[in-house]
Unconditional design. Structure first.
Ligand code: 13P
Length: 344
């Protein structure tokens, strides 16, 4: 294991106020999002959309790494240039989603366990040869009556740790993603409690299984009230609860925390990340960054609608969200940026 190279890659992923672009939707997830907008659910359409993303001008000024999906890492631009080369030439580090999805957990109604460990060592070797320098694995934790259970937390944490050691062995930085879902009526305090327990469980497993913490990125949820909770806290309260929770559970050796967006709007995700950096940045041991999919891509996808003529405005919308999030890392994001005012 080349410890220094892993540490360098992990630091590079959260350097210069940039963040990650998650464009690793599995084919079923990507198809679902296309279907809602009347876009054909074909390999051709998915390839065109991914070409739109990776050829967005100036994306590398705000995006440090792009997480690809197995189909995408093997694809090329229309002119034959591999996406991995396009990304790398833009100064963006290629990454790859390696879990094979969250499946219903036996004897645990309403809970999921993420699969993908079988054959992972060989797949990581192949992805590394294709140019990937980091990887992602997502565990999904639902909040509800009597859940999450210890069984679900421990099984998912153990899988995350086994994935992370295999990644480091292969020279890839593991992005460790335990996502506490927003779905439900639960209050912010319940999300904080669950997130804290999840993170303690995950870091205990990472330690037990000899993961080098300086060579990972943590990708957690923000601490939020459930989507249908009647009380929706203000941005600053979310920022305070999230940072307080992370300070209790995430070792200082971890170089960076890159949040998932989880279904928040782009504006809210930027505003909350901004508030955390405004209020706490100078006092934190790790960088607070972003690794958004929907909160960066959604407006662009809605503009594109599968039509060649919409590529340029869609790319402008994509880079706008990326710029807003870079500003949020600096604590310089404001609602005015959404009206095209301010320094992008
Ligand atoms: P969202 O930002 O849309 O939650 O996606 C992040 C991600 O990579 C989920 O695994």
């Amino acid at each position: 294991m080349n410890t220094q190279a892993l540490m360098d890659t992990a630091r590079a992923l959260v350097a210069d106020d940039k963040g990650l672009l998650a464009m690793d939707e599995s084919n079923p997830t990507c198809n679902k999002r296309f279907a809602k907008l009347g876009i054909p659910q074909t390999v051709k359409a998915r390839r065109s959309y991914r070409e739109l993303i990776v050829t967005t001008p100036a994306l590398g000024e705000c995006i440090s790494g792009a997480i690809l999906y197995d189909e995408t890492i093997r694809q090329q631009k229309k002119d034959g240039t591999p996406f991995v080369k396009v990304i790398t030439d833009a100064g963006i580090i290629p990454g790859i989603k390696v879990d094979t999805g969250a499946k219903d957990m036996a004897a645990h109604p309403g809970e999921k366990i993420t699969e993908g460990l079988d054959g992972l060592r060989d797949r990581l070797k192949e992805y590394s040869q294709m140019g990937a320098r980091f990887a992602k694995w997502r565990a999904v934790i639902a909040v509800g009556d009597g859940i999450p259970s210890r069984g679900c937390l421990e099984a998912n944490a153990q899988a995350l740790a086994r994935y992370a050691t295999l990644c480091q062995e292969a020279g890839l930085v593991p992005v460790v993603e335990p996502e506490v879902l927003m779905d439900g009526e639960h209050a912010l305090e319940r999300c904080r409690e669950v997130t804290e327990e999840v993170l303690h469980t995950v870091f205990h497993q990472l330690y037990t299984q000899r993961v080098m913490l300086e060579g990972i990125i943590l990708k957690p949820n923000m601490v939020l009230p459930g989507l249908t909770c009647p009380k929706q806290e203000a941005v600053d309260e979310v920022a305070d609860a999230t940072v307080k929770c992370l300070l209790r559970a995430v070792p200082a050796a971890v170089p960076g925390i890159a949040f998932l967006s989880g279904g928040q709007s782009g504006e809210l995700a930027s505003a909350r990340l901004n508030a955390m950096n405004v209020r706490f940045k100078s006092r934190l041991p790790w960088q607070l960054a972003f690794s958004f999919a929907r909160a960066i891509q959604q407006p662009a996808l809605e503009i594109w609608k599968g039509k060649e003529a919409n590529v340029l405005p869609a790319q402008q919308a994509l880079v706008h969200r990326a710029k807003c999030n870079r500003a949020a890392r600096r604590g310089e994001y404001s609602a005015a940026m959404e009206r095209g005012v301010g320094t992008l």
